[in-house]
Design a protein around this ligand. Sequence first.
Ligand SMILES: Nc1ncnc2c1ncn2[C@@H]1O[C@H](COP(=O)(O)OP(=O)(O)OP(=O)(O)O)[C@@H](O)[C@H]1O
Ligand SMILES: [Mg+2]
Length: 510
Amino acid sequence: MLARVQSAFILGIEAFPLVVEVDIAGGKNETEVVGLADTAVKESRERITTALRNSGFTFPRGRVVVNLAPADVRKEGSYLDLPIAMGVLLAGSLVLTKLDISKVMIAGELALDGSIRHVPGTLAMAILARKTGVKILIVPQCNAEEAGLVHDVDVIPVSTLNDAVNYLLNPQKFMPYKTDYTERFLKDSPSIPDFEDVKGQAHVKRALTISAAGGHNVLMIGPPGTGKTMLASRLPGILPEMSFEEALETTQIYSVVSRRGQSNGLVRTRPFRSPHHTTSTVAMVGGGVSFQPGEVSLAHNGVLFLDELPEFSRATLEVLRQPLEEGFVHIRRANYAVTLPSRFIMVSAMNPCPCGCRTDPKKSCRCSPGEIQRYLNKVSGPLLDRIDLHIEVPALSFEDLSREGTVGPNSTMIRNHVQEARGRQANRFGRTTLLNAHLDSKQLKRFCKLSESAKKLLLVAIEKLGLSARAYDKVLKVARTIADLDNSDSVLDSHIAEAVQYRSVDFRSI
Ligand SMILES: Nc1ncnc2c1ncn2[C@@H]1O[C@H](COP(=O)(O)OP(=O)(O)OP(=O)(O)O)[C@@H](O)[C@H]1O
Ligand SMILES: [Mg+2]
């Protein structure tokens, strides 16, 4: 007999329909899996046979052919164990169900004792089920929180093969799982370190406030131990909470890379990714033989922190250009082409020279001019051009260091200020996801009109600093954000003057 079970495969962060066809005919006892299955899928044969036996079923006799359609897409991983096992039971008439099986999607890995293990990508599968009119989605118990975020689909969590069989026999005895995201969404976020712990560096805090308000990228340059890493790690604490749509997008990305025990439903804190400088280009943008999202997508809606910027390989930094400019990455390989969102704030930090002391007035630098040049050259001009705010982080004075108690606003106060500036942008652009940093030249012309005196001021600065056309746009965008923080509709001279400062660090000659 022939049975057809619906499942899905993941490409990038999206799920696509997959049908498991199982045919059992007379003849020699053998099982064959066809349809571009990788080793993990082929091995499922052994797992399924043992799991069925240990769950009280006898594997059907005869020739069992399992076809995975569409046949031209490579199937990877063990998430097809459960749909194949259910197909075998249905085709062998070991389970008879009144359910319309074409409206049931199934995913799950089997253990030898018949228990069901976590699989990645179940949120994407639930979204696909909703889109294709599949009413029921059977997933492992530990994936329930994540898949249950899609309320229009009946998510049935199962812990064992027998649970899944029982559901097909008596569906009315099972309650679909719906994740209560309203309650979860309002829960307090985990503690992020506070800006009030950072002594001095008021101008860096100001620049990070501008960055959070308008979504601008930042580069901090300064000697060791001046608080660069400390300041960057506090940025997520002043960013506004994610909207539900943003949280869902981020969860979908984390869902496909999730491992067993990590599936926790909605991701609601903004990601803070801090890849090591030895990170490869593939790990940075995504890719690999079987596609995995890279750091730029894992940082989507959050912060990508590149500490010790010149230590990253030039190739790894250059691949950041497209996601920085466009907010997504497009990757094409021989066997797939995927597009993933990657809209993040890039915060980077570096020393002014290999020994780090070149700008420290109390220490002497041991680097030769050649060493300094080689070090600085690792960060290319085009990449620097894409960073809106360049800030020097100087060594702290004794007075600042020895000051007791808190100085300046704490993260909650800064976040409220940021939130107000974002509110102004949302009113202007008609949506919350567009920020000043993302404006194209046409939008910039429309939304960022300058008075004659501000224009003149900007022209003088551009000429003096020899800035590129892109840098000119960046200054305008930063000035627009400063005006928003200032609660001002128009961009004034003072806003331009402050914005120009963030481009005037000629770090090659500090
Ligand atoms: N402004 C500051 N206020 C309070 N503590 C600070 C400050 N700057 C540095 N520190 C202390 O120094 C430690 C090191 O700071 P941090 O790692 O941020 O320096 P860094 O600038 O990133 O140095 P490097 O260039 O070596 O990476 C911090 O953990 C903190 O204890
Ligand atoms: Mg550091």
